[in-house]
Design a protein around this ligand. Structure first.
Ligand code: SF4
Length: 93
Protein backbone atom coordinates (compact mmCIF):
# COMPACT_ATOMS: atom_id res chain seq x y z
CA UNK A 1 0.00 0.00 0.00
CA UNK A 2 1.33 3.46 -0.87
CA UNK A 3 2.01 6.17 1.69
CA UNK A 4 -0.50 8.45 -0.05
CA UNK A 5 -3.23 5.85 0.16
CA UNK A 6 -2.34 5.16 3.80
CA UNK A 7 -2.80 8.84 4.61
CA UNK A 8 -6.05 9.09 2.66
CA UNK A 9 -7.42 5.99 4.36
CA UNK A 10 -6.32 7.21 7.78
CA UNK A 11 -8.03 10.57 7.28
CA UNK A 12 -11.18 8.93 6.00
CA UNK A 13 -11.23 6.71 9.06
CA UNK A 14 -10.62 9.71 11.33
CA UNK A 15 -13.51 11.55 9.65
CA UNK A 16 -15.95 8.68 10.08
CA UNK A 17 -15.68 7.61 6.45
CA UNK A 18 -16.87 10.98 5.12
CA UNK A 19 -14.80 12.52 2.29
CA UNK A 20 -16.66 15.77 2.94
CA UNK A 21 -15.45 15.83 6.53
CA UNK A 22 -11.89 15.14 5.39
CA UNK A 23 -12.13 18.05 2.97
CA UNK A 24 -13.54 20.36 5.64
CA UNK A 25 -11.26 19.12 8.44
CA UNK A 26 -10.34 22.08 10.61
CA UNK A 27 -7.59 20.37 12.60
CA UNK A 28 -4.99 22.18 10.56
CA UNK A 29 -2.28 21.54 13.16
CA UNK A 30 -2.56 17.82 12.38
CA UNK A 31 0.60 16.73 10.59
CA UNK A 32 -1.51 14.97 7.96
CA UNK A 33 -3.71 17.98 7.20
CA UNK A 34 -1.79 19.28 4.15
CA UNK A 35 -1.77 15.73 2.75
CA UNK A 36 -5.21 14.54 3.84
CA UNK A 37 -6.46 13.92 0.29
CA UNK A 38 -3.62 11.49 -0.33
CA UNK A 39 -1.91 13.92 -2.67
CA UNK A 40 0.38 16.91 -2.53
CA UNK A 41 -1.11 20.28 -1.67
CA UNK A 42 0.60 21.41 -4.89
CA UNK A 43 -1.45 19.01 -6.98
CA UNK A 44 -4.37 19.77 -9.26
CA UNK A 45 -6.46 17.37 -7.21
CA UNK A 46 -5.88 19.34 -4.01
CA UNK A 47 -6.85 22.59 -5.78
CA UNK A 48 -9.95 21.10 -7.34
CA UNK A 49 -11.12 19.60 -4.09
CA UNK A 50 -10.74 22.86 -2.21
CA UNK A 51 -12.31 24.82 -5.05
CA UNK A 52 -15.31 22.52 -4.86
CA UNK A 53 -15.43 22.99 -1.09
CA UNK A 54 -15.47 26.77 -1.53
CA UNK A 55 -18.40 26.53 -3.93
CA UNK A 56 -20.41 24.04 -1.85
CA UNK A 57 -19.52 25.02 1.72
CA UNK A 58 -18.45 28.68 1.67
CA UNK A 59 -18.82 29.15 5.43
CA UNK A 60 -16.63 26.20 6.32
CA UNK A 61 -14.19 27.18 3.58
CA UNK A 62 -13.88 30.68 5.03
CA UNK A 63 -13.26 29.12 8.46
CA UNK A 64 -10.40 27.05 7.03
CA UNK A 65 -8.87 30.08 5.30
CA UNK A 66 -8.99 31.96 8.61
CA UNK A 67 -7.42 29.04 10.50
CA UNK A 68 -4.58 28.85 7.99
CA UNK A 69 -4.08 32.62 8.18
CA UNK A 70 -4.01 32.46 11.99
CA UNK A 71 -1.57 29.57 11.86
CA UNK A 72 0.74 31.62 9.65
CA UNK A 73 0.65 34.50 12.10
CA UNK A 74 1.83 32.10 14.80
CA UNK A 75 4.27 30.18 12.59
CA UNK A 76 5.33 32.58 9.81
CA UNK A 77 8.19 30.32 8.70
CA UNK A 78 5.93 27.65 7.31
CA UNK A 79 6.29 27.54 3.53
CA UNK A 80 3.84 24.66 3.29
CA UNK A 81 1.04 26.62 4.96
CA UNK A 82 2.00 29.82 3.13
CA UNK A 83 1.56 27.99 -0.17
CA UNK A 84 -1.74 26.50 0.96
CA UNK A 85 -2.92 29.94 2.06
CA UNK A 86 -2.12 31.32 -1.40
CA UNK A 87 -4.06 28.47 -3.02
CA UNK A 88 -7.08 29.01 -0.78
CA UNK A 89 -7.05 32.78 -1.17
CA UNK A 90 -6.71 32.34 -4.93
CA UNK A 91 -10.10 30.64 -4.96
CA UNK A 92 -11.65 33.66 -3.30
CA UNK A 93 -10.57 36.15 -5.97
S1 SF4 B 1 -5.96 15.78 8.88
FE1 SF4 B 1 -5.74 14.81 10.88
S2 SF4 B 1 -7.56 15.43 12.02
FE2 SF4 B 1 -7.97 15.82 9.84
S3 SF4 B 1 -8.97 14.00 9.09
FE3 SF4 B 1 -6.78 13.72 8.73
S4 SF4 B 1 -6.02 12.61 10.56
FE4 SF4 B 1 -8.02 13.46 11.06
Amino acid sequence: MSKSKDIRDHCLDCAGGSPKEVTLCQVIACTLWPHRFGCSYKSKRFRERMESARARYPGEYADIVKLVRDHLETCPNSPEYAAIHDILEGHLS
